[in-house]
Design a protein around this ligand. Structure first.
Ligand code: TPP
Ligand code: MG
Length: 1062
């Protein structure tokens, strides 16, 4: 053992006192501590027990003592107190007082000394034996080293191709590496054979001994190797909580922890048989179809089922899952137990019976409620539909999980949990993983722990880990949230099941994220028609020689006598028969139904509803007054609750508005929210700085100026029986948070979920969620969402990124056909809304805001609403509405006609300008200042998409002699122009023929029948003398806005000059 000590000491490059000083100086310290440190340094150097390798131990003690003197033993406390108080060198140490029982975290000095086999003990009163202390410290250091570094040498790769020498090559990020323990864990310590049989006391931070308090060194090393360097590699020592570290050690260190009963082994084998059999069956029947099979990681299915079993046993009733392409069909079939024939019909190329454009089979979601036969408890399983965009579904799953927890009152996440599956390349490469992880512990976003499973096949399409990440593991992102990470070799099914159990228990105990990294391989190419040998020839040579895990495990269990070869075959044949029967059943089907693949059924929401009937959005005045007053009042305990003086002024002016029966933007928004809350609709507003509002206009949370965290939210206290109101500042994330809110919004149709972008085009960071989930989600997955995106938008000289929310992009993605004018009918508005993919609006009045928000809930279905919101209008004196525009009988105005002198003198109006949003107020002012109120009419298009053809047609007809212009403040290649222009053309010139006119009548009557004949005529008549619309606005540009204030002003002036030209 002396060599151990020698090497250990050699590794301490500095002598005891220097080293002591160095760590003192490296730590951030208060001034007082820093002064004392010098004294401590000299004092320490003179203490007989402080030298050599023990200084590392003392360092730990001192650090602990600095942060909490009670955390170290009384003798250390006394020593550090004396030393820092200036005790002369050599006298700072005092004998320990009477040794009271130790706390869990304390390590008594005596425990360092062997009780068995050792010859000396400090408790006997004899001088401290330096060698014994050093030897024990060395053993402790080894134990700790295994705990923190054992994973580096664990045998994790079923292919065994991880090679390399990290020490000489310095290459730590070439994937998983298997290195000898000596090199990685015990590099500073060498043992003689004679040391191996010496017995050492085990510290309280290890559980390898189970009931044994001391073990021979040989046994210590064996057990550590088994726990940390076998088929499981654990990363957990970075976790800040000692309790959590001990919890993991307790579950991973005792000998034989992964041992399973024969019943458990048979269950694993049966599940593995199904998982393998499913892929084999698909490969046999549809050999050239893409299915992104699971071959090489078939253990994923038993692993997920194990997590579900353990979690249900611990009280979970609902699990929401998100996963990528790999093995998805297998998960649906064997984890969710989706009827096999439904899955097989997806391969038959059948047409869909219901609406929508559908999606490829390995993106579809599902929802199933069933009895878990292992736990005999009911369980609900949902797999969220997702796009190809890897990891994009992560925040969506979290939002959905959070919502389900919220609506069930499951405040601690005991009943509802999420499980996210990842590919190794995507988990490391996609930033949204990080964003999602960072939501995991935020009060308004936590789902109280997610179980992440990485199907780590050590490849991403054709790229291997050396080129797909700079981190040692693909899971390193999880370290930021202190999630333990269990790497496990997929060829050891029992080890995999053990970590699944531990992960599920971890989640149930600590309600924090955990990662299971199943290290496996991909037997085929990226998909079934890909050739992997082009790019990974050596890896695939190895794979060809590797037996499937089912075979290996079956052989193992046969050898152990747990099952017979006949039983193995029997289970396999039975499953194949089930598949064959489902295959025959699938052949009978003539259509597929997208509804079978819905992940969030809204039971009861659609039933009995007229799909074209909308509830009124106006409310009784009393409600407006009540909400307005509450919203304008300080907290009821105002005397004790001190709010900011500026806020008192804001509240006062709000109250004055209420008394004058008027509202500004913030008040209208509050009244929309408040009236919905009164009706039992949960409202959730989330986004960056939304509580106050980016432009300091909202103030939904009032802060006590003297008491930390004391807040008051008026909208949460409007009525005793109101629905809950959630307003929450989010992390600084768009992609993650918007995804989260989309997930939230699809859970409960009776909720208004809003996400506010900070301003300008920051929403484009969340483009994937906008494109993949919001604009196309219903078409692909028949899943509706009423999410509202509030997008501060306006050209106000704030520079390129703070101006435009990129209205044009949202409009460009609107699905209403620019060449098709729906036939007029009394329910025109709701019919159009029903058929569109989303609503895009740019409102100009608080009343419009009020109604359009309420309309989201009044509709008998749900549609996303993209709402451009103002900045300067928040305080614009003219941007006010009266209660008369919001009371019973009033509705949302898709178009606001001119109601001034121009409208009264319509025949003589020379210009009819259409516009939307903020620019209206600039036009209004200019027209007034130039005395053109009789000559120019201004009509506001509040709802841009779906395009209000019916109302605009009437407006155009009202001004027969006016030239038509579209006025916008955005550049010509931006804003609404490219959207409205073809639609106005259709309105003015008639619709384009979809097919040639027939003998029997026009194309229009063919499409819509003779009742539309009048419209056909008028369209035909109009084509004789077509009116056209021209553009009034900024020129085209590459950047959304200029950075120069002067250029901005000039551009605006040009726009307004042009507007006034008659
Ligand atoms: C955001 C995104 N970028 C690129 C792709 C294209 N793509 C599909 S699968 C794949 C490789 C994924 O590798 P990994 O995450 O390891 O999963 P595996 O296929 O190995 O299971 C890539 C790059 C994608 N689907 N999504
Ligand atoms: Mg992969």
């Amino acid at each position: 053992m002396h060599r151990a000590r020698a090497v250990f000491q050699a590794s301490n490059k500095l002598g005891g006192s220097e080293r002591f000083a160095s760590w003192l100086l490296n730590k951030p310290q208060t001034a007082a501590v820093a002064v004392n440190a010098n004294r401590l340094k000299s004092s320490a150097a003179a203490e007989p027990f402080l030298n050599g390798s023990s200084s590392a131990y003392v360092e730990t003690m001192y650090n602990a003592w600095l942060s909490d003197p009670n955390s170290v033993h009384a003798s250390w406390d006394a020593f550090f107190r004396n030393a820092t108080a200036g005790a002369q060198p050599g006298v700072a140490y005092t004998s320990p007082p009477n040794l009271a029982p130790y706390n869990k975290n304390e390590v008594p000095l005596t425990s360092l000394v062997p009780a068995i086999g050792g010859s000396t003990s400090i408790s006997s009163g004899s001088p401290i034996n330096e060698k014994i202390i050093d030897d024990h410290l060395a053993v402790q250091a080894i134990i700790r080293s295994y705990q923190s570094r054992g994973h580096l040498v664990a045998n994790l790769d079923p292919l065994g191709i991880t090679t390399g020498d990290p020490i000489s090559s310095g290459d730590w990020h070439g994937g998983l590496r298997a290195f000898a323990s000596e090199a990685v864990i015990r590099q500073h310590v060498r043992f003689d054979e004679a040391d191996m049989d010496r017995v050492f006391k085990l510290p309280s931070t290890t559980f390898i001994g189970e009931k044994e308090k001391a073990l021979p060194l040989r046994e210590i090393l064996n057990r550590l190797e088994e726990a940390y360097c076998n088929n499981i590699g654990i990363e957990f020592m970075f976790i800040n909580s000692l309790e959590q570290c001990n919890w993991i050690r307790q579950r991973m260190e005792p000998p034989n922890v992964t041992k399973m009963s024969n019943d458990q082994k048979r269950l694993i084998l049966a599940r593995l048989t199904r998982s393998t059999g499913f892929e084999n069956f698909l490969a046999k029947k549809w050999s050239s179809e893409k299915r992104f099979g699971l071959e090489g990681c078939e253990i994923l299915i038993p692993a997920m089922k194990q997590v579900i079993d353990t979690s249900t046993r611990l009280g979970v009733e609902s699990i929401i899952m998100g996963m990528p392409h790999r093995g998805r069909l297998n998960v649906l079939a064997n984890v969710c137990r989706k009827p096999l024939h439904q899955l097989f019909t997806q391969f038959a190329g059948l047409e869909a019976e219901d609406d929508g454009s559908g999606d490829v089979k390995y993106h579809l979601g599902t929802y199933i409620e069933r009895l878990n036969r292992v736990t005999n408890k009911n369980i609900r399983l949902a797999v969220c539909a997702n796009p190809s965009h890897l990891e994009a579904v992560d925040p969506v799953v979290q939002g959905k999980t959070r919502a389900e927890q919220f609506y069930r009152g499951d405040n601690e996440g005991k009943k509802v949990m999420s499980m996210l599956l990842h590919g190794d390349a995507a988990f490391a490469g996609q930033g949204v993983v990080f964003e999602t992880m960072h939501l995991s512990d935020l009060p308004a976003y936590t789902t109280h722990g997610t179980i992440h499973i990485v199907a780590n096949n050590q490849i991403g399409f054709t790229t291997d880990p050396r080129h797909s990440r700079s981190s040692a593991y693909c899971t390193d992102v999880a370290r930021v949230v202190n999630a333990p990470i269990f790497h496990v070799n997929s060829d050891n099914p029992e080890a995999v099941m053990h970590v699944c159990n531990v992960a599920a228990e971890w989640r149930a105990t600590f309600h924090k994220d955990v990662v299971i990294d199943i290290v496996s391989y991909r037997r085929n190419g990226h998909n079934e028609v890909d050739e992997p040998m082009f790019t990974q020839p050596l890896m695939y040579q190895k794979i060809r020689k590797t037996k499937p895990v089912l075979e290996k495990y079956a052989d193992q269990l046969i050898a152990e006598g747990v099952v017979t070869a006949e039983e193995v075959k029997d289970v396999k044949d039975k499953y194949e028969k089930i598949c064959e029967e489902a295959y025959s059943q699938a052949k009978q089907e003539t259509h597929i139904k997208y509804k079978d693949w819905l992940d969030s059924p809204w039971s009861g929401f659609f039933e009995g509803k007229d799909p074209l009937k909308m509830a009124p959005t106006g409310v009784v005045e009393e409600t407006l007054v009540h909400i307005g007053k509450r919203f304008s009042s300080p907290p009821p305990n105002a005397a004790e609750f001190e709010i900011h003086k500026g806020l008192l002024r804001i509240l006062k002016s709000r109250m004055e508005m209420v008394e004058n029966r008027t509202v500004d933007w913030a008040l209208a928004e509050a009244m929309a929210f408040g009236s919905l809350l009164k009706e039992g609709i949960h409202v959730r507003l989330s986004g960056e700085d939304v509580e106050r509002g980016t432009f300091s206009h909202r103030h939904h949370v009032l802060h006590h100026q003297k008491v930390d965290k004391a807040t008051y939210c008026p909208l949460a206290h409007l009525y005793p029986d109101q629905a809950p109101y959630t307003v929450c500042n989010s992390s600084l994330s768009e992609y993650g948070v918007l995804g989260f809110e989309v997930g939230y919004s699809v859970t409960n149709p009776n909720a208004l979920v809003l996400w506010e972008a900070q301003f300008g085009d920051f929403n484009n960071v969340a483009q994937c969620i906008i494109d993949q989930f919001i604009s196309s989600g219903q078409a692909k997955w028949v899943r509706q969402s009423g999410i509202v995106l509030l997008q501060p938008h306006g050209m106000e000289g704030m520079g390129p990124e703070h101006s435009s929310a990129r209205l044009e992009r949202f409009l460009q993605m609107s699905s209403d056909d620019p060449d098709y004018m729906p036939p007029e009918s009394p329910d025109y508005e709701v019919r159009q809304l029903h058929d569109c993919n989303w609503i895009v609006a740019n409102c100009s009045t608080p009343a419009s805001l009020f109604h359009i928000l309420r309309r989201q809930i009044a509709l008998p279905f749900r549609k996303p609403l993209i709402l451009m919101t103002p900045k300067s209008l928040l305080r614009h004196p003219e941007c006010k509405s009266t209660f008369d525009e919001m009371c019973e009988g009033t509705t949302f105005k898709r178009v606001i006609p001119d109601n001034g002198p121009a409208a009264q003198n319509a025949q003589n109006v020379r210009k009819l300008a259409f516009c939307s949003g903020r620019v209206y107020y600039d036009l209004l002012k200019e027209r007034r200042e130039r005395g053109l109120e009789k000559d120019i009419a201004i009509v506001r298009v509040e709802q841009m998409s779906p395009f209000p053809y019916d109302l605009l047609k009437a407006e155009i007809a009202k001004y027969p002699n006016a030239q038509l212009v579209w006025s916008q403040e955005e550049h010509k290649n931006m804003g609404a122009w490219s959207y409205v222009e073809p639609r106005f053309r259709t309105l003015l010139q008639g619709q384009k023929a979809i097919w040639p006119k027939s003998e029997k009548g026009g194309w229009f009557s063919q499409l819509f029948g003779s009742s539309n004949a009048a419209q056909t005529d008028s369209a035909d008549k109009q084509t004789e003398t077509p009116r056209t619309i021209s553009y009034n606005g900024r020129a085209t540009a590459a950047s959304p806005a200029t950075g120069s204030k002067a250029a901005h002003t000039k551009e605006l002036k040009n726009l307004l000059d042009e507007f006034c030209v008659l």
